[in-house]
Ligand binder design. Sequence first.
Ligand SMILES: Nc1ncnc2c1ncn2[C@@H]1O[C@H](COP(=O)(O)OP(=O)(O)OP(=O)(O)O)[C@@H](O)[C@H]1O
Length: 341
Amino acid sequence: MIRIENLSKSFPARGGDGGPEGAFEALRDIDLEIGQGEVFGIIGRSGAGKSTLIRMLNLLERPSSGSVWIDGVDITRLDMPALRTLRQRIGMVFQHFNLLDSRTVLDNVCFPLRLAGLPRAERVARAKEVLELVGLSAHVAAYPRQLSGGQRQRVGIARALANRPTLLLCDEATSALDPETTQSILRLLADINQRLGLTIVLITHGMDVIRSVCDRVAVLDAGRVVESGEVLDVFLHPRHAVTQRLLAESGVQAEGWQALADAAPGRILRLSLRGDDTARPLLSRLSRELDVDLSILQGTVSRIKEAHYGQLVLAVDADEATVARLLARLAEARIDHEVLR
Ligand SMILES: Nc1ncnc2c1ncn2[C@@H]1O[C@H](COP(=O)(O)OP(=O)(O)OP(=O)(O)O)[C@@H](O)[C@H]1O
């Protein structure tokens, strides 16, 4: 549905004249594909280029080179009227909500519908419909200042959905919210994605946000995509140092076992468990069956969207023949595993 091809963006360097030497490259050679109905996360540190990238998807920011295809159309080639029509199909949710403080909740949500030329009665009916969807029916007449941060973001989401978009862009939509409110807004986004089938692209600096709602993720660092893939794969096998650090900061210490490795004789294995495997009594069974002691050096069981996943790092103090039998049994049970030492 969305294809970003060879996209780069340069800004004139501060104090520079904007010439090629005086330019700062905020994005470099970005290639990404985002499928219809997906929740796609873009994660990176401050300054990595996330906002610049997401703003390319509705051309709030224009690429210096490369193209952005949405439903088979290169949007960088659209004229202004066609771009305006396209933007009505793309909703955007902002970190600081960007509501009109002097207007009621209802008027805030009616605003994009007025720009789209809908008659008043239809505007009000549609606005009430989306406010119900986000759980704010009781607050239509309130003003933004009378609402909590989470409720204000719900108004922002209702406003973004008013024109029935097929794509929703979320620019750090939960960064200004506490952890509990963040989770409720993420649940709302997941629900909208399921119920309306619309594609969501979100940017964040938190792996917890990615884990809670995203299907796939791209990791951005210094303007480049350094890693991308299914969230589960990236969590279980982070390849790039930036991804590993972002995961460690969110409590997923992929390599924390190393501190215990010296004290553990024998082989060290990493098992990655998905879905129902996570709850199977696999280790105790294998330990009994092969008469081998297994020590757990590290373990995680968590959830990505609705699916459970787990990772165990085990020390196996046994002869090579027993280790070989253990590996064969893991392969038979289709448990993803690697020998770390
Ligand atoms: N209009 C601009 N002019 C010059 N430089 C810019 C402009 N917009 C962004 N930049 C620079 O481009 C780089 C990427 O900025 P961007 O806002 O996309 O990063 P980000 O990953 O969204 O960061 P944050 O998480 O802090 O919002 C930064 O170094 C920033 O200073």
